[in-house]
Write a protein that binds this ligand. Structure first.
Ligand code: GLA
Length: 384
């Protein structure tokens, strides 16, 4: 297997100075350099080669990204004993991803989340998209950005970063305008993964990009019901039976949706006295964030037994908290692990679902001459 190793040269040398009684002794330790390596990950059904890029930082944290769907297949983070283990759901080979993955680790576009009945209008012109989810449009359609092969280019700089680009042609999946998309994944020295999304169009269109990683901070063992979640939000979007927002912004106070203080995912997930828990089959709702364009803290997740902590920062106005309710044990993922119900959780930064049909929601329109730009950061640390 051909491997290209790009060592990132701007690494500082770590100097530890130990003061003796008379002399100052200096020991210079060079940490393992950060790097990007490229390897083959097979090919698609139509024989397009799929590459895998491994980003590694000085601490040993690793993120593997494939050009198919821009999918993060593996992502390690340290536990309270400093052990780096994989904390995302996924498959060992390309066939797993092509055989009907529930968007594990994938880039989602053009429109993350749902559009009612797959219909929307721009300046009086109606567009119809695939009704691929209970009659509604979900996650970009039949062949969304999660199922296309992106162009990849490692970036120069002091941190390992991968630039992915994709041109979605006018009327692809029913969306108007040639949309030029760029997604940059950066692995930083402080154990964060930053995702920068940008897009431009030549005709007015709608855009809502996100990443659909499923996290299990106990190294993909068991469910996420013990994970402690805090959401920086006091309102969420209640939904209909087919998971389309009703338009109401409902306060979370005194409901099972209140994560303004840390709660275990499982503590109230079966509280069927709340109709929204029934409709979502658990948590599958957009929480309202500040959305002032700055990288604000949106969510914190702590797994008490492993001590892993993840913080999510985003410029987006909402975050979909999905507790993996549709996983049912039928998928077998990496290392033969069966993905049982709620074995992973997603925190999808985004604009509001069904925004194209709900004028009161922040706009998702993108016009020629404008640049769509959003950023989300997943930062890892430990709690002892
Ligand atoms: C999103 C949706 C869920 C589900 C998953 C994929 O998070 O909100 O309802 O469709 O994607 O299974």
């Amino acid at each position: 297997m051909k491997k290209i190793i790009l060592m990132l040269v701007c690494l500082p040398m770590f100097v530890f100075a130990c003061k003796g009684s008379k002399n100052v002794e200096e020991t210079t330790v060079t940490p393992p350099p950060s790097s990007i390596t490229k390897s083959s990950f097979g090919q698609t059904r139509d024989s397009i080669a799929v590459d895998m890029y491994t980003l590694k930082n000085e601490n040993g944290m690793e993120v593997k990204i494939i050009t198919y769907g821009g999918i993060i297949t593996n992502w390690t983070a340290p536990d309270k004993n400093g052990k780096y283990e994989d904390i995302v759901l996924g498959f060992d080979s390309i066939s797993g991803y092509m055989r009907g993955s529930p968007y594990f680790g994938a880039l989602i576009g053009r429109f993350g989340n749902r559009i009612a009945k797959g219909k929307f209008s721009i300046n009086g012109q109606q567009y119809t998209l695939a009704g691929n989810n209970m009659g509604n449009h979900l996650h970009g359609g039949l062949k969304g950005f999660d199922k296309v092969v992106w162009k990849a280019e490692p970036m120069e700089g002091k941190e390992p970063a991968l630039k992915l680009t994709y041109l979605s042609k006018d009327m692809e999946e029913g969306y108007p305008g040639n949309l030029n998309c760029t997604v940059i994944y950066t692995l930083t020295a402080d154990n964060s993964v930053k995702i920068d999304y940008s897009a431009t169009t030549d005709k007015e269109t709608i855009v809502n990009l996100t990443n659909h990683s499923y996290f299990n901070l106990n190294a993909n063992q068991g469910t996420i019901l013990d994970h402690m979640v805090t959401l920086n939000s006091d309102k969420y979007l209640p939904v209909s039976r087919t998971l389309i927002p009703t338009g109401e912004l409902r306060p979370v106070a005194n409901t099972p949706f209140d994560f303004t203080t840390p709660y275990a995912v499982g503590a109230r997930i079966n509280d069927t006295t709340d109709q929204q828990i029934v409709f979502g089959g658990g948590y599958d709702h957009a929480y309202i964030l500040k959305g002032d364009g700055k990288l604000n803290l949106a969510a914190t997740v702590v797994a008490p037994s492993s001590g892993r902590k993840m913080e999510v920062f985003t410029t987006e106005p909402a975050i979909q908290f999905y507790s993996g309710n549709f996983l049912d044990g039928k998928l077998t993922g990496k290392n033969g692990v069966k993905y049982v119900k709620r074995s992973g959780l997603c925190l999808e930064s985004e604009h509001y679902p069904d925004a194209p049909n709900q004028p009161a929601f922040p706009s998702v329109a993108l016009k020629p001459g404008e640049t769509y730009k959003t950023s989300t950061v997943y930062k890892f640390s430990v709690v002892k």
